[in-house]
Design a protein around this ligand. Sequence first.
Ligand code: DLL
Length: 447
Amino acid sequence: MVWNSEETSSRSEMQGMQLAKWQKTVAYVYDKNPFYKQKLDAMGVKPGDIKSLDDVKRLPFTVKDDLRDNYPFNLFSADQEDVVEYHATSGTTGKPIVVGYTRKDIETWTEVMARCLTSAGVQKNDVLQNIYGYGLFTGGLGAHYGGVRVGASVIPISGGNTQKQIMLMQDFGSTALTVTPSFLMHIHEVGVGMGVDFKKLKLKTAVLGAEFWTEEMRGKIQENFGIKACDIYGLSEIIGPGVACECHEARNGLHINEDFFYPEIINPDTGEVLPIGAEGELVLSNIANEGQPLLRYRTRDITSLSLEPCACGRTLVKMQKLTGRTDDLLIIRGVNFFPSQVESIVIKHKDVTPNYLVVVERQGNLDEVEVKIEVIEQYVTKPVGDTFIESTRLSVSDELATREIVKSLTRDIKDVIGITVKVTLVPPGTIPRSEGKAKRFIDNRPK
Ligand code: DLL
């Protein structure tokens, strides 16, 4: 089932819609936004120059620093009185990135989220437990608007409150979940400790995103909960969640709502546009937005596009599951790797939990990588004579068995990533859990 007919347009119909929206958007930002007017003038491009989709290449890129430099509102094209909602990214350093939505943008967001949820199999008769955080983060309200639009019964519980999440799943008979994959794994961990069998609940579907997760993690989640798990992608700068989502039929790539969010793949080093199928940095333009339309925004997310026909009947271009972010790419002793690649290794290993943390330090002139991984309870030594034991005071036993685990993880990481890292086993529960996006990587190198 598709939510609306644009999702099955022919290629030429889609390109026609895209071109019309491009022309309107370029004229709009040129007229309304001094930043873009100046950029276009500097490049000698006038709105009337966009005569075909090929001309898009002539437009300037927008990067994260442009948003930071224009904090908070200078990249808005809409008048302040037409903005009806603000969101912002958490921003680990410095000022956050702010986005503003007009009434029409909220309508677009609601519509693309209704498409995404429908594509993931969520329908009118579903009870949708929305665990994405409500607030400045776009996850909560985005999924909320879409859930209400499809007619599901939305539970706006937001993130956190692990035990209450489990209670509502049981008592309200939730059938669909919108949540980050890492927090869903945490809910499972806590639930199992409470004796809950999630497979016996009414859960059917989970729409998971906002952070990197692997196919291996999908397998584990589907098995743990007895559900289908679909990947949903988006970013605040472009709309929030709703840029792209998998269909529950194929679950092998995310259909991009390309009549609203125009995708390109570029070589991140040269900016050259790459042909369909090639892997590179995803560039998105929100060609129907009013609040803050961004021309050719460099997402830093790495993926590739595909126009292969899909079992679900949608003709929307698909992006493959993300492989990483350009700014998380580590180059250690000449080898490129993304810290998130560790997930596929730890998840297959029966003696450890899927919780890991990659820490990079500079020692002398060399970068050293340590991967901390939680072992399962059985390898933990408890302090003698203690009745109340906090998990942080437990230590991992130094027996042959644990040394063998370290050896085999080190070998598997070397096979997949190509470098030798220091593997440290830590007691279960000691790597901080997140109620939203998980932090899997710490870079302690001097800036
Ligand atoms: O994370 C929007 C969102 C909310 C998407 C809920 C899906 C579900 P930001 O906080 O601005 O927005 O973070 C955007 O998160 O550039 C990616 O690097 C990462 N990301 C988002 N979805 C996925 C995904 C929301 N499915 C940044 N897989 C993006 C991998 C993802 N990474």
